[in-house]
Design a binder for this molecule. Structure first.
Ligand code: SAM
Length: 356
């Protein structure tokens, strides 16, 4: 299994992205004897072996189902274990096309973080390209190194390094990676302006180089822009990508008789409250102070609402969306929370200086 190549049949040891629901995708390594337990049933790994990627699988007890998806960077991003904030597909896809990242591109990335974007870069540049990614937090570096190796992303060289203080140059670089000569730089760091001055030593001297600094605060953008200008980067532009997912759902259609019924219901509850209070007052004045619970069945107000269950507008009764006994219309709704690490994207380019 690799993020580079598609395979058809699931084998022991393969990574499967178990699609449980749109909000829950669980990465699993298929292991004999293991069971995936979800709120929608239990799934034996043994039964996954031999199935096709993309297939639907039923739960052990005959209820529930999941889909067994082949890994892609886009789905991996929604399922990986977060060690840091990550770059989501709305941003990564835009950055990728803006910087013209393609098969064979040599990319410099810092920091690696949870390696969400690293997976996208590594897949897009293919075996012809190279990704040089840097992380200074040792546990994160080790975790990302293991993950990139397990996922077959051998076009990626991860380095444990503080790039802001020590730059990007690598000693004893494996021969298959060659000199860094980056065509594209991506900085997702708290202080990119301290890393920018180190870039000249590792970027291409023969082709146009693109950079993107990914920063959540405008103050970081200001400082990054100054550092880029000071170092001769041109075409500096900042953009923000805000993606929204639209949901389709049903909205209950209420007619005038529902409204009348609801108003009568409110009025009768109000009258009932007034009557109860009046009864307590009369009892206490006549010396017969009774606990409210002691009221005889026959003494209870006669106009108590017997139709409590009906209440399409108020609280209490739960109505299933699309229930046939009500009228519905199809509507759309914007997802309230945007699942992305919304940041400012500062782009720039550097053109090599040709000496005559
Ligand atoms: N883009 C990553 C992803 O999609 O998973 C997330 C990057 S995370 C927001 C930022 C990372 O930069 C952190 O893991 C942090 O440890 C690392 N970092 C911060 N300063 C650094 C430095 N000077 N050198 C190398 N890595 C650094």
């Amino acid at each position: 299994m690799s993020f580079h190549h598609y395979k058809d049949i699931i084998e022991e040891g393969d990574l499967v992205l178990a699609f449980i629901s749109r909000a829950a995708v669980k990465p699993i390594t298929v292991t004999r004897g293991a069971v995936l337990n979800t709120r929608y049933g239990h799934y034996q790994h043994d039964n996954m072996i031999g199935l096709k990627y993309g297939e639907q699988m039923s739960g052990n007890k005959g209820y529930g189902f999941i889909h067994l998806l082949h890994p892609t960077p886009e789905i991996w991003t929604t399922s990986l274990s977060h060690r840091t904030q990550i770059v989501y597909t709305q941003d990564s896809s835009y950055i990728m096309q803006r910087l013209n990242v393609t098969s064979g591109t040599r990319v410099i990335e810092a920091g690696t973080g949870s390696a969400s974007f690293s997976h996208s870069f590594a897949r897009t540049i293919g075996n012809e390209g190279k990704l040089f990614t840097y992380e200074f937090h040792e546990p994160r570096f080790l975790e990302a190194k293991r993950e990139l190796h397990e996922h077959g992303l051998e076009n990626t060289l991860i380095t444990h390094r503080d790039v802001c203080n020590n730059g990007f140059e690598i000693e004893n670089i494996p021969s298959e990676f060659g000199p860094i000569n980056g065509d594209v730089v991506f900085l997702d760091l708290p202080s990119p302006w301290t890393a920018i001055p180190h870039l000249d030593k590792v970027i291409s001297k023969t082709s146009r180089v693109g950079i993107c600094c990914f920063s959540p605060c405008i103050e970081q953008v200001e400082k990054a822009v100054k550092a880029l200008q000071a170092d001769g980067w041109i075409n500096i532009e900042m953009v923000e990508v805000s993606g929204k997912r639209w949901e389709a759902r049903k909205d209950m259609v209420r007619d005038i008789s529902d409204v009348v019924k609801r108003l009568k219901d409110i009025q009768s509850r109000k009258n009932q409250g007034i009557e109860n209070r009046r009864q307590v007052k009369v009892d206490s004045q006549s010396g017969e102070k009774r606990d409210h619970d002691e009221v005889d069945e026959d003494d209870k107000p006669k106009f108590q609402n017997s139709d409590k269950g009906y209440n399409p507008f108020g609280k209490g009764t739960r109505i299933r969306e699309g229930d046939d006994i009500y009228n519905w219309r199809d509507v759309t709704k914007v997802e309230s929370e945007i699942k992305s690490h919304t940041s400012y994207l500062t782009f720039a380019h550097k053109i090599p200086i040709t000496k005559n």
